[in-house]
Ligand binder design. Structure first.
Ligand SMILES: [Zn+2]
Length: 266
């Protein structure tokens, strides 16, 4: 009698995690200030704004909830827009999923373009890093707008919400590892997802866009440091950590056009 290998049995028992990227709109940014550190200042580019659904046979978990409607987005970054059908619940609807089906939302960070409409998810636990939460509730004056601070007369999406606070690495379900990647923001975190085909990393804005996946010839680096950060050395270390965890085509930048090359991974 032939024995069925154990790994094979496991694969049959457990449908591996799958990752569905959802574009929630487009943000207009200065390329030098946000994407390519010190290069191409003054050149405006429109980048997509990704949220992700990670689904296996029992869990429906979101990584970020994406951006807001056009009027508010334009206030943040003139020229930004959320076309019809791009809001997070509309994106999920295309996959046959309702907001109440979501068990958990992991926030890479709490900038406006990653947590808008979060209160639609009334059955979900919200996960954020402790440092991010502290900073978001009382931001440095330079970051009042990024966190939609009440000091500007607006209400942030996370106002009054309950969070599960994370302070280091954190395992969520059988296939997800949340890990700290500070630099872009004080309590930024990224998510590694183990699938049947290997590890994918949902980087959030720890890797900002496509260009950051490319070598920086000028500095002799294997990746291109981005332009937007609260701490340049943390930013660099976090990028280095992410690039050590997965192949480049399995790293999803928070605002990378490359993410949209497939509707689902793996
Ligand atoms: Zn962002």
């Amino acid at each position: 009698m032939r024995m069925v290998p154990r790994a094979h049995n496991e694969a049959i028992k457990r449908m591996g995690a799958r990752i569905y990227p959802m574009n929630t709109g487009f943000i207009r940014v200065d390329k030098g200030a946000y994407i390519t550190m010190g290069r191409d200042y003054g050149r405006e580019v429109d980048v997509p704004d990704w949220a992700f659904l990670v689904a296996d046979e029992s869990e429906r978990i979101l990584i970020d909830t994406g951006m807001c409607e056009t009027e508010r987005a334009d206030w943040h970054h003139p020229g930004s827009r959320q076309p019809e059908g791009h809001r997070i619940d509309e994106r999920l609807g295309e996959l046959g999923i309702k907001p109440e089906d979501i068990n958990a939302v992991v926030f890479t960070h709490l900038h406006w373009d990653h947590c808008s409409n979060m209160k639609l998810f009334r059955n979900a636990k919200f996960y954020a890093h402790r440092r991010e939460l502290r900073f978001a509730l009382d931001p440095h004056p330079l970051y009042l707008k990024s966190y939609e601070s009440k000091r500007l007369g607006v209400t942030p999406p996370f106002d009054g919400a309950d969070f599960e606070e994370i302070s280091g690495e954190y395992r969520l379900g059988p296939s997800m590892l949340i890990f700290p990647t500070p630099g872009h923001s004080p309590g930024h975190q990224s998510v590694a997802v183990e699938t049947d085909k290997g590890v994918y990393v949902i980087a959030g804005d720890a890797v900002f866009s496509d260009e950051n996946l490319e070598p920086d010839e000028h500095r002799g680096l294997s990746f291109t440091p981005m332009g937007r950060y609260v701490d340049v050395f943390d930013m660099f270390d976090s990028m280095e950590r992410i690039f050590g965890m997965a192949d480049r085509d399995r790293i999803f930048p928070g605002h990378g056009r490359c993410v949209g090359r497939r509707p689902v991974y793996p």
